[in-house]
Design a protein around this ligand. Structure first.
Ligand code: GDP
Ligand code: GDP
Length: 454
């Protein structure tokens, strides 16, 4: 075999590349059954680093972190969805539109053994309009005899078809090389560029009150600046002045336009959520306080957490909450929201506008935690004292030590610990907890990685 096969490195190894700034987003799009999910699994090497056992949370995620040739990127999978029956082509096109909005590079997968269909042509038009770089993957080229099928896809006008077999791995290394070569040097929407306008994603399950909240925020005494004409790809956001700054609310068009497909609606909503999170700095997760926490709520909270954005939890419909519900809610929060204990919680009513101002303050607080940088000096003296008082347990006669630590990045804060051995996850959690107590970090996930010196 002359081509290199891709198996990306698992993310949580001793040698974690430290990502700089927001990761480039690579979206995999195409018709059902062309092999998108197979390709995504191939790229991830099926070795997902972080699989937490949260009961009731199915892990059918949309966004994954992947690494190829030492470069980290976010992989957006649009394959977990089965648009049967009527309107299929239209929905595939709509799905491609959402994916493209979030992506820096699009991998368009076509089944080479079938050739380009009318639906494929429809997707091509969407991709062209977006102006984003597109890499054409001619899949199911399992052997040399199918190379001609791949070559036939030149007529899609998307440049060279990259022949791959997602199933066997053939050609996937070359494909990933091409994908990463196509990543623009500077992310299209660098956070720093638009520093004064903060970007917020309003997410939550259907009927939780997203559009009501948006209307409340946009209405009355607050100033609606403009709907954002923006670039070619996102004429969908709204700019609002709240508190003392400007906020860009991501994909308000999507929030207001209700998508109610019979099948696949929930998956489609997930994709929209993932896309909005990719473009946001802070996620406001709306939860219906009047109802028990649903699986879909937990899934959305996990997506927000894993996206690496600042997170605020807003308990909406507080006007419907009585004493009894309030008590069960406290228990629910203790039991089910351990993973995001750091996120500020605000009780609001989108209907009456109650406490909406507090929500805006919480968004500010979360963004502050998200951007906090601790100097290397402070960090090491703090950790030195902490580790002296609470050393890592001895394992197999050895005691791993933290030799040196540095904060490699902000947005979200990422710490790298140089250690003399593997630190157990419970010990890493302990360190994270203490870092939060000492330095703040309200409303932001924190990443801790290790580099082990042998
Ligand atoms: P998706 O709907 O686009 O996500 O497609 P899937 O990844 O679920 O794949 C659809 C079917 O095509 C499955 O039966 C796969 O095993 C098969 N398939 C995917 N990639 C390849 C490939 O490279 N070669 C062959 N022969 N089959 C493939
Ligand atoms: P979305 O699907 O998340 O955009 O939810 P909507 O904003 O359309 O709200 C769904 C329903 O919940 C509507 O009937 C709203 O009037 C209602 N609703 C939204 N916020 C509140 C609230 O704070 N209190 C009450 N009682 N109802 C609310």
């Amino acid at each position: 075999m002359t081509r290199r096969d891709a198996v990306t490195e698992p993310v949580e190894t001793a040698e974690v590349p430290v990502p700089q700034g927001p990761l480039p987003v690579v979206a995999v799009v195409g018709r059902p059954n062309v092999g998108k999910s197979t390709l995504v699994n191939r790229i991830l090497g099926r070795r997902e680093a972080v699989v937490e056992d949260v009961p009731g949370v199915t892990r059918d995620r949309v966004a994954y972190e992947a690494v190829w040739n030492g470069r980290a990127f976010t992989l957006l999978d649009t394959g977990g969805w089965d648009p049967e029956g009527e309107g299929m082509a239209a929905r595939i096109t709509a799905q491609a539109e959402v994916a493209v909005t979030a992506a820096d590079v699009v991998v368009f997968v076509v089944d080479a053994t079938v050739g380009a269909t009318d639906t494929d042509e429809g997707v091509v038009r969407v991709l062209r309009r977006s102006g984003k770089p597109v890499i054409l993957a001619a899949n199911k080229v399992d052997g040399p005899s199918a190379e001609a099928d791949a070559a036939a896809l030149w007529n899609l006008g998307l440049g060279e078809p990259h022949a791959v077999s997602a199933l066997h791995g053939r050609g996937s290394g070359d494909l990933l090389d091409a994908v990463l070569n196509a990543v623009p040097d500077a992310p299209a929407e660098s956070f720093d560029e638009v520093d004064e306008v903060r970007r917020v994603a309003l997410v939550g399950k259907p009927n939780v009150g997203k559009s009501s909240l948006l209307n409340k925020l946009a209405g009355e005494d607050r100033v609606v600046v403009d709907s954002v004409a923006g670039t070619t790809v996102d004429p969908v956001d709204e700019l609002l002045v709240l508190g003392d700054r400007e906020w860009r609310f991501i994909d308000t068009a999507g929030i207001r336009r209700r998508v109610r497909e019979a099948s696949g609606a929930e998956y489609f909503a997930s994709l929209r959520t993932a896309a909005a999170l990719e473009r946001a700095e802070v996620a406001v997760v709306l939860i219906d306080a009047s109802e028990p926490l649903a699986e879909q709520d937990l899934r959305i909270i996990s997506m927000a957490e894993e996206s690496g954005r600042a997170v605020v939890l807003a308990y909406n419909k507080w006007d419907l909450v009585d004493e009894e519900r309030r008590e069960s809610l406290d228990r629910e929060i203790d039991r089910q929201l351990v993973q995001v204990r750091w996120a500020p919680r605000v009780n609001v009513s989108a209907l009456t506008g109650w406490h909406v101002d507090r929500l805006v303050r919480a968004m500010d607080t979360a963004l502050e935690g998200w951007s906090t940088r601790v100097s290397t000096g402070k960090l090491n003296s703090f950790l030195g004292e902490l580790v002296a008082a609470h050393p890592h347990p001895v394992r197999g006669g050895k005691q791993p030590k933290i030799l040196f630590a540095t904060q490699a990045d902000i947005k979200p804060p990422r710490f790298v610990l140089f250690t003399s051995g593997f630190l157990e996850s419970s010990y890493r959690r302990f360190i994270e907890r203490r870092l939060r107590e000492e330095f703040g970090f309200a409303g932001t996930p924190i990443e801790l990685s290790m580099k082990i010196r042998e």
